[in-house]
Design a protein around this ligand. Sequence first.
Ligand code: 13P
Length: 258
Amino acid sequence: MNRPLVIGNWKMNLDYVEAVHLTQQIGVIVKNKPLEHVDLVVVPPFVDIRSVTSVVESERIAVDVGAQHASVHDAGAHTGEISVSMLQRLNVKWILVGHSERRAMYAMTDEVVAQTLRAVVRQGVHAVLCVGEELDVRRDDGHLDFVTAQLHAALEGLDEKWRPLVTIAYEPVWAIGTGLTATTEQVRDMTEHIRAVAASLSLGEARVLYGGSVNADNAASLISEGRVDGFLVGGASLKADSFLAIGQAAHDCYAGKR
Ligand code: 13P
């Protein structure tokens, strides 16, 4: 098992005051009970990042800060966009690339996903490539082929030196925010498939996360039976105790306590 990675994607929730409050709560809990076997990342909305990194740095909280998206461009006339280098200046270490909500609602094509991933890793920032099928694809038994195509589109030809910066998150669209967590068998089959495809693209070392209605109750079995290396958590990351309970489950699995 790779060292677990647990990422909280706050999506478009929490203004900067609320974000600071949540970060401080996370800080109190991890100081009392350090999760030394887990890498923790919080991913606030852009406008919260500066405040969150200030708290993390001044209070020396053992979490990294990420961003939910970035532009493929580095600067210029791109109204409303934020570049990777701007995020890096804020000490952002991780950027989500191709989240299904961006693919579906903001017309992020496979091609743009591939360009964004390159823009991220070229700056030395970790890219979390999100893949996953819609419900109709799964019903038609096309999920493995669908995810294979997404992985190829994003990762084929990626320069060797950037490969260690790639993490893959499997997030079946039908499991996001629905309470319909994929079963551990579904997750294990897809995780093994993703590892095989990644290996064929010389990315066999990449961590493979699962996202979609993860909570404190299902996290341990998703790791031990689903064989994932961690999670991309949405709703349950908006509260310090539920987010860190997921982190604790990952920690205990890695430390062999479950
Ligand atoms: P939920 O955990 O709310 O289902 O969201 C998953 C997700 O999309 C994380 O990126």
